[in-house]
Ligand binder design. Structure first.
Ligand SMILES: C[S@@+](CC[C@H](N)C(=O)[O-])C[C@H]1O[C@@H](n2cnc3c(N)ncnc32)[C@H](O)[C@@H]1O
Length: 269
């Protein structure tokens, strides 16, 4: 299979000159276009046809390493109108959500589509992802980001413009909620989440977590509830200076995991 970088691919361009401040930029390759930096320019055609990891020089002879953009590179470079779930948390969501091919997954809201892309990538065209989004502008924006990433609209993805607080259609193996008031959706899971299914919510404040968990407990069909945050602490490693960075992105949101249990008196959902 031809692994070379092609027209339309997203690439990460990193400056390698030690004495200069390192720059990282994600660009979409387009034949005829030029990538301009304060240090000089690189025609995209100089990159197209090369392998990921290749070294290219700009017009001033300064070297850059060019890699095929990863999911992380792509998502972090998105121009964001909605707050995305950061890759460090998405990694945890996918694992705690136990995502694998063939599952039928529900998600709300779409936002920039960061979580949708990660789920769709793991589904590899199998199963389905249904995403509810209330705002038309995010419906457009998130859809565009997803199509840009996959270079086409994934056929197993259905985006519904609507308010999930009014309920949803279908029965799902997994549900992901990244919404201001996720507790409004829990009552629909009695019939809309399979017994044994997993629901994960991404919740920014403790008061929201409290309301959410209180609602779960009142409804009575959720078990194995777990609340955690995921901390990524970057380190500085240069010569003899090996220590944690003096800054860190301290808090993003709480991740709340739960499973739906069989409901005996109704014969299950
Ligand atoms: C924080 S963003 C989601 C970001 C997304 N998870 C990502 O990683 O890119 C929250 C989204 O939920 C949408 N939203 C809020 N309330 C909603 C509702 N009741 N039904 C459907 N979508 C809703 C918002 O319009 C917004 O796009």
């Amino acid at each position: 299979m031809d692994q070379s970088l092609k027209n339309g691919d997203f690439v990460l361009v990193i400056s390698v000159e030690e004495r200069r401040k390192k720059t990282r930029k994600v660009i979409k390759l387009k034949s005829g276009n030029t990538y301009f930096t304060h240090l000089g320019s690189i025609p995209h055609d100089k990159i197209i046809g090369k392998l990921s990891g290749t070294l290219v020089s700009n017009d001033k002879g300064i070297k850059y390493t060019v890699f095929r953009a990863t999911y992380n590179d792509y998502v972090m470079a998105l121009k964001r109108k909605a707050q995305i779930i950061y890759p460090k948390d998405i990694a945890a969501l996918l694992l705690w959500g136990d995502i694998y091919q063939g599952l039928h997954i529900l998600e709300a809201g779409l936002g920039e589509g960061a979580l949708s892309i990660a789920i769709l990538r793991l589904l590899c065209g199998s199963g389905s992802l249904t995403t509810y989004e209330i705002r038309e502008d995010f419906f457009e924006e998130g859809s565009k980001n997803i199509v840009n990433f996959f270079k086409e609209k994934p056929t197993n993805h259905n985006i519904i413009l609507g308010d999930i607080y009014n309920g949803f259609n279908g029965v799902f193996d997994r549900i992901f909620l990244d919404l201001p008031e996720p507790w409004h959706v829990l009552k629909y899971m009695k019939s809309g989440l399979l017994d044994g299914g997993i629901v994960i919510s991404y919740i920014p404040t403790v008061l929201q977590v409290k309301t959410y968990i209180d609602t779960m407990q009142e409804l009575g069909y959720f078990a194995d509830i777990e609340v955690f945050e995921n901390i990524k602490r970057p380190w500085h490693v240069k010569g003899l200076s090996v220590r944690p960075e003096t800054w860190m992105y301290n808090f993003s949101a709480f991740i709340v995991y739960a499973r739906k249990r069989y409901i005996e008196n109704t014969g299950g959902s």
